[in-house]
Design a protein around this ligand. Structure first.
Ligand code: SF4
Length: 224
């Protein structure tokens, strides 16, 4: 079995509650969504077998926080992950999954090998796509077997209703699941977005224990 992999590199995690941690990133090619703010144009890939990917990961040694499976959407290649992750675990490497939080059946197949799950809520008013609340609920239920946090991209046209639905979905399970509001990068200097995001931060903090506003650190620092 082979996977389509766009790039493998070492850098700092720029998003979410592990911002600033050093990771090795494996970026899987392809996505099941088309978010309007997508900043990951995937134009090329190479096909690697599990042992080839392991060799490429081993080049970086073991002196980093975790291996980030990112994309695109890594769970589109869950059969490959099922075959590969047991060997990665044997090396003692912590596995961090970055996902759009929709493919819950695929998550269930590999959850045992994961350590940390960074899942998105795709807010329809931010993505200009349909809502995925049912999928996110099923996904989060499985993800809670491991460490998980939720991240949502906030644009200046993000609706309050989507924030309220996010809050309700998280507190349905546990109030202490971290909820990260991430300003859409191209709108960062927009004063309207700043007002909106802090308003939503205060709203969410009325119901949840750990709500954070975090910009994309790697873009601010100009690293990939
Ligand atoms: S889920 Fe992520 S990679 Fe896929 S289209 Fe949306 S932003 Fe891009």
């Amino acid at each position: 079995m082979q996977a389509k992999i766009a790039e493998i590199f070492k850098s700092i995690q720029g998003e979410g509650i592990y911002q600033g941690r050093e990771q090795v990133f494996v970026r899987f090619y392809g996505c099941n969504l088309k978010c309007q703010f997508c900043d990951t144009p995937l134009t090329h890939y190479e096909e690697l077998r599990p042992e080839e990917l392991l060799n490429r990961i081993n080049i970086f040694g073991v002196d980093y926080h975790s291996l980030s499976l990112t994309g695109g959407e890594p769970l589109l290649q869950s059969d490959f992950l099922k075959e590969t992750l047991p060997s990665v675990k044997k090396e003692g490497i912590k596995i961090y999954l970055e996902t759009n939080g929709i493919l819950h059946k695929e998550l269930a197949e590999i959850i045992d090998y994961l350590d940390i799950i960074a899942m998105d809520f795709k807010l329809p008013s931010s993505t200009a796509m349909p809502a995925f609340w049912d999928e996110h609920k099923k996904f989060l239920r499985i993800a809670l077997k491991k460490e998980v946090f939720v991240k949502a991209v906030i644009c200046n046209n993000t609706h309050k209703e989507d924030i309220e639905k996010s809050i309700n979905l998280i507190r349905y399970f546990r109030k202490d699941i971290p909820f990260v509001l991430q300003p859409e990068f191209s709108q960062m200097q927009d004063s309207g977005l700043k007002d909106v995001i802090w308003h939503y931060k205060h709203l969410a903090s009325s119901y949840l224990k750990d709500v954070r506003v975090l910009a994309q650190l790697h873009k601010l620092q100009g690293v990939r």
